[in-house]
Design a binder for this molecule. Structure first.
Ligand code: UD1
Length: 422
């Protein structure tokens, strides 16, 4: 199992280019299953979850073509899909595999998708996906760890759907299913994340009729057939946010390029409140300078456009260096503080009480061996390693490889002393 060895204490300098958004690329790849025509995608990030999604799609007998390996451009042609199954061996590492369900049911009238694994950050059920598809006419059972769906008559129909809780992949699944359903689907309390809006853009290019992009009320008028499309995936806002924190925590000065600052406005506002010097150096470029003195903050994670839960762990690493008591309230996932105990082992002062975490700082951090427990937790431990005294070993970096494109190479180019041990 790969590990990272980080020797802390080096201020970062230079420029880092942000890759395409994993969480936008995954649903867009799944959307290619809705049409027999080719879908060309650009700016695909070279991360493990994309490879898994490619394998899931190839398993249906769709053609997945990558001009370079690993890919940044990808063509998917689902001319003849013969297998409507997403098997456990592929699904177990990635919760987003549930995104196969909506497109397969809509296109073929049946599907069998293993219940997802992925990050261990709480129960993370898929009941809302299932309930909405049932409202659209699918008969669904869950047994032996699989969700099996069948549509009597073969075609889903429109429905009035109101999610009890805002769900990102749930919204995406239903958008894809509704695009090929008969009649109109009204979606209330839909997720407004930029990745959802990017998916809507692709679906519209494919011929879908969707109104309300960027709002929580979406109307989809189903069509009989969708066609091919070409699309460039939006930049990864969480990777961008992670590098902004890397610049800030190291006390250096870096430029983060090819990003969309408006997608992380809530995170940038909190970092500025802490004293990090961030300025726009162009429409898709941020300049970050670490502050001499950081002040404590209060963060409550929320759905977009609020503070992203996927940035909570990284900003907590920075909060260990802030003067005073910072408070974090995690409202999206119930078990998302696993990085805190590892940071405490490095010298941080963090107390967890249910969904609330209090970080008292500043505390010097010391290098030690830490274990990455999920994707964003791993990133936060790498950030902590950048300022820890001595050597930090981050174990189980396969979590980080799921969602960050060669983070150690990008950090090395900024001057960090980090290497991958195999
Ligand atoms: C997506 C992102 C993930 C991010 C999360 C929240 C992808 C591939 N992943 O995950 O990085 O952290 O949004 O922004 O885009 N829930 C239910 N029942 C359901 C579905 C969800 O109770 O059927 C709950 C979840 O347990 C969680 C909350 O709703 O508490 C939000 O989850 P959701 O938005 O669905 O997260 P994902 O789409 O899995």
């Amino acid at each position: 199992m790969d590990r990272f060895r980080i020797t802390g204490g080096k201020p970062l300098e230079g420029t880092v280019r942000i890759s395409g958004a994993k969480n936008a690329a995954l649903p867009t790849m799944a959307a290619a299953l809705l049409t027999a025509e080719p879908v060309h995608l650009k700016n695909i990030p070279r991360v493990r979850d994309i490879i898994t999604m490619g394998q899931l799609i190839a398993h249906t007998n769709a053609r997945v073509e990558t001009p370079d390996v690993p890919p940044t451009d990808l063509t998917i042609e689902a001319r003849n899909i013969t297998d409507a199954e997403a098997p456990y061996e592929l699904v177990r590492t990635m919760r987003a595999s549930i995104l196969m369900l909506g497109p397969l049911v809509a296109r073929l009238g049946h599907a069998r998708v293993s219940l997802p694994g992925g990050c261990a950050i709480g129960a993370r059920p898929v009941d809302l996906h299932i309930k909405a598809l049932e409202q659209m006419g699918a008969e669904i059972s869950t047994e032996h760890g699989y969700v099996t769906a069948h549509v009597p008559g073969g075609r889903l129909h429109g429905a009035e759907i109101r999610f009890e809780k805002i769900t990102v992949t749930g919204t995406e699944n239903i958008l894809m299913a509704a695009s090929l359903a008969e009649g109109e689907t009204h979606l209330e309390s839909a997720a407004r994340e930029p990745e959802v809006t990017d998916l809507i853009e692709v679906l519209i290019k494919m011929g879908a009729r969707i109104e309300g992009a960027g709002t929580s009320t979406l109307v989809v008028r189903g069509v009989e057939r969708l066609g091919g499309a070409s699309h460039t995936i939006i930049p990864d806002r969480i990777e961008a946010g992670t590098f902004v924190v890397a610049g800030a925590i190291s006390g250096g000065e870096i430029e983060v390029t090819n990003c969309k600052p408006e997608h992380i406005r809530a995170v940038l506002a909190k970092l500025c409140e802490m004293g990090v010097d961030i300025e726009a150096a162009g429409p898709d470029r941020l300049r970050v300078r670490g502050a001499k003195k950081l002040t404590a903050i209060h963060v409550t994670t929320e759905e977009y456009p609020g503070f992203a839960t996927d940035m909570q762990a990284q900003v907590m690493a920075l909060a260990t260096q802030a003067q005073g008591s910072s408070e974090f309230v995690e409202t999206i996932f119930e078990n998302r503080y696993m990085h805190a105990s590892e940071m405490t082992r490095m010298g941080a002062d963090i107390t967890i009480d249910g969904r609330k975490a209090v970080v008292r700082g500043p505390t010097p951090l010391e290098g030690t061996t830490v274990i990455a427990s999920d994707l964003r937790a791993s990133a936060s431990l790498v950030l902590a390693g950048l300022i820890a005294r001595g050597e930090t070993i981050v174990d189980r970096v396969y979590h980080i490889d799921r969602g960050y494109e060669r983070i150690e190479e990008k950090l090395s180019r900024l001057g960090a002393r980090i290497e991958r041990l195999r």
